[in-house]
Design a protein around this ligand. Structure first.
Ligand code: BES
Ligand code: ZN
Ligand code: ZN
Length: 470
C-alpha cells in the first residue's frame, strides 16, 4: 500500500454517521441507513465512483473502529477490482482521536495485503491511496502520523508473514536470517548466538537440541536514549515448530505448530518500528529460536535440567517448552543485558484461549506503573488485553520435591502458572507477561483489518507503550 499525492483519483470513499446520513446522501439512498460498516457504492455519470461507509453510532475516538473503517474501504474497493482511491476522512477526524490518521493508515495497510500464499499464481495488487485535504491537523503531525502508520503497518505485516510461513520454510536458521534481513535498514545492533556458546543455557538447549535444525539466540539492541540507563527487555518465544516433543500433540493440535514464534515476530516488529521512527528509548530484544521435536537427543518428562541462571527444573511435560526457552532468554535480559524492566511474550498456553478467546491477550504483571502504562498504550492502539491475578497459592503449584521448580502447574489456571514460571527468572525486575496464544492466530476474522491466520498482534501496542515521546 502506498500513500500518494496524485490528484484526480476516479474513486473516493466518504464516511457518514447515522445521524448525518440523510443530509449527506440524497437520491438513490432510500434504504441506506449509515449503519456501522454499511456500504453503498454509487457510480457517477462521468464514470467516477463514490463509496459511502457508515460509521453508525460508534465512537469515532475508538482506535479499533478507525482501523476497521479504513480496512472496510480497501475491502469494498478491492471487491470491485479498484485499487486506487481517494479517502475523505473528515468525519473520522471530527471524532477527536488525535492519532486517527496514523490508525487509518494502519487499517488500510492491514487490509490491503492478503496472506502471502504459496499458490503458483498470486494476485495481490498494490493499493494507492490519496488523502483529500486534511483539515484540523498541523502539517507536521500529518507527516509524522503517515510515517508512523506506514512503519507500523510494515512491522505488523512482517510479524504476520513470519507466523504464516510454513515450518519447512522457516527453520530456526531461516527465521534468524529473516530477522537480520528485516532489521538491516535500521540502527538496531544484532548479535547472533549459535553453536557451543549456547550450551550454558540449559533450559533453552533442553528444547533446542531436540532437532537436527540447530537453535539460535538473537539479541537486538536499539539505543534511542543515551541519556539514561533504563533499558526495556523484550523476550519473545521463537519456536518455529512445536510438535510437543515426547508429550506429542494430537493430530488436531499439530495443525497449528508452525505459528509458535508469534512472540518473537512481535518483538522484532516492535524494535523495527521504534528504530525507524527514532523513538527516544532503549530496548533490547532477546529472541530464543528453535524447534521442539522428538529425537534421541530430546529431553524427556522426569528429566531435571539446569537453567542458565542455575535454577534446577524438573520436566513434567515436554510440550510446556515455551517457558523453558523464555526462562533462559529472561536471564540473558536481566543478567547480561541489565534490563531495568522486562516483558515476555509468547503463544504460551491453550488455557488462555479457553479463558479469553481470540480478541483479548492475557496479561500478568507485578508492577502497577507498568500495567497502567500498558493500558494507556492499548487505548491508543485499539488492541485488547486482560490482566489475570496471581498469588502465593499459584506459585506453590510450581513446587516439586525434585528440583527448584517444575515446568508444569496443576490441572487448573495454566496461563497463570506458565507466566509465574517465567517470572521466577525475571528475579526482581518489574515484569509484564503477554500470552498471545489466542490473539496471534485466528481461524476466522473478528475485525475488518484482519486476515485469517496470523494477526501480527500486538506489535502496535508494544510500539505505543515504548514510543513515549509523541
Ligand atoms: N505453543 C503451545 C501453546 C499453544 C496452544 C499455542 C494452542 C497456540 C494454540 C505451548 O507450547 C503448549 O503446548 N502449551 C501447553 C502447555 C501444557 C502442556 C502445560 C498447552 O497449553 O496445552
Ligand atoms: Zn508446546
Ligand atoms: Zn509452544
Amino acid at each position: 500500500m502506498q500513500i500518494v499525492s496524485e490528484q484526480n483519483m476516479k474513486y473516493i470513499v466518504r464516511y457518514v454517521t447515522k445521524e448525518n446520513v440523510k443530509k449527506e446522501c440524497s437520491s438513490g439512498f432510500e434504504f441506506y441507513q449509515g449503519e456501522y460498516l454499511e456500504e453503498q457504492f454509487l457510480w457517477r455519470d462521468d464514470k467516477t465512483g463514490i463509496l459511502y461507509i457508515g460509521t453508525g453510532e460508534e465512537n469515532l475516538k475508538d482506535a479499533n473502529i478507525i482501523k476497521e473503517l479504513a480496512a472496510k474501504a480497501c475491502r469494498e474497493f478491492g471487491k470491485r477490482k479498484i485499487h486506487d482511491f481517494q479517502a475523505d476522512i473528515s468525519t473520522i477526524l471530527q471524532g477527536g482521536n488525535s492519532e486517527a490518521l496514523k490508525l487509518y493508515v494502519i487499517g488500510l495497510q492491514l487490509a490491503s495485503q492478503g496472506i502471502k500464499s504459496y499458490k503458483s499464481k498470486n494476485d495481490n495488487k498494490e493499493y494507492h491511496v490519496q488523502f483529500s485535504k486534511i483539515q484540523g491537523i498541523a502539517s507536521e503531525s500529518i507527516k509524522r502520523q503517515i510515517k508512523e502508520g506506514l512503519c507500523l503497518g510494515k512491522s505488523v505485516l512482517f510479524a504476520r508473514d513470519m507466523v504464516n510461513m510454513p515450518g519447512n520454510m522457516l527453520r530456526p536458521e531461516n527465521f534468524a536470517d529473516s530477522i537480520c534481513e528485516f532489521l538491516k535498514e535500521t540502527s538496531v545492533e544484532v548479535e547472533v548466538r549459535s553453536g557451543e556458546e549456547l550450551n550454558k543455557m540449559g533450559a533453552f538447549m533442553a528444547v533446542g537440541s531436540s532437532s537436527k535444525f540447530p537453535p539460535y539466540l538473537l539479541i537486538l539492541r536499539y539505543k534511542g536514549d543515551p541519556d539514561t540507563e533504563e533499558i526495556t527487555g523484550l523476550v519473545g518465544k521463537g519456536i518455529t515448530s512445536d510438535t510437543g516433543g515426547y508429550c506429542l500433540k494430537s493430530s488436531k493440535s499439530l495443525v497449528g505448530i508452525k505459528g509458535d514464534m508469534g512472540g518473537a515476530a512481535a518483538v522484532v516488529g516492535t524494535i523495527y518500528a521504534l528504530a525507524m521512527t527514532e523513538a527516544k528509548v532503549n530496548v533490547t530484544c532477546v529472541v530464543p529460536i528453535c524447534e521442539n521435536r522428538i529425537s534421541d537427543s530430546s529431553y524427556l518428562p522426569g528429566d531435571v535440567i539446569t537453567s542458565y541462571s542455575g535454577t534446577t527444573i524438573e520436566i513434567k511435560n515436554t510440550d510446556a517448552e515455551g517457558r523453558l526457552i523464555l526462562a533462559d532468554g529472561m536471564t540473558v535480559a536481566v543478567k547480561e543485558e541489565k534490563a531495568t524492566r522486562v516483558l515476555d511474550i509468547a503463544t504460551l498456553t491453550g488455557s488462555v484461549v479457553g479463558a479469553l478467546g481470540f480478541t483479548y491477550t492475557g496479561v500478568l504483571c507485578d508492577n502497577e506503573t507498568l500495567w497502567n502504562e500498558f493500558v494507556q498504550a492499548s487505548q491508543v492502539s485499539g488492541e485488547k488485553f486482560w490482566r489475570l491475578p496471581f498469588d502465593k497459592e499459584h506459585e506453590k503449584m510450581l513446587e516439586t520435591p525434585m528440583a527448584d521448580i517444575k515446568n508444569l502447574g496443576e490441572d487448573v489456571c495454566g496461563t497463570i502458572t506458565a507466566g509465574l514460571f517465567i517470572r521466577h527468572f525475571a528475579e526482581n525486575t518489574p515484569w509484564i507477561h503477554l500470552d498471545i496464544a489466542g490473539t496471534a492466530w485466528l481461524d476466522k476474522t473478528y475485525y475488518e483489518y484482519q486476515e485469517k491466520f496470523a494477526t501480527g498482534a500486538p506489535v502496535e501496542t508494544l510500539y505505543e507503550w515504548l514510543h513515549v515521546n509523541h
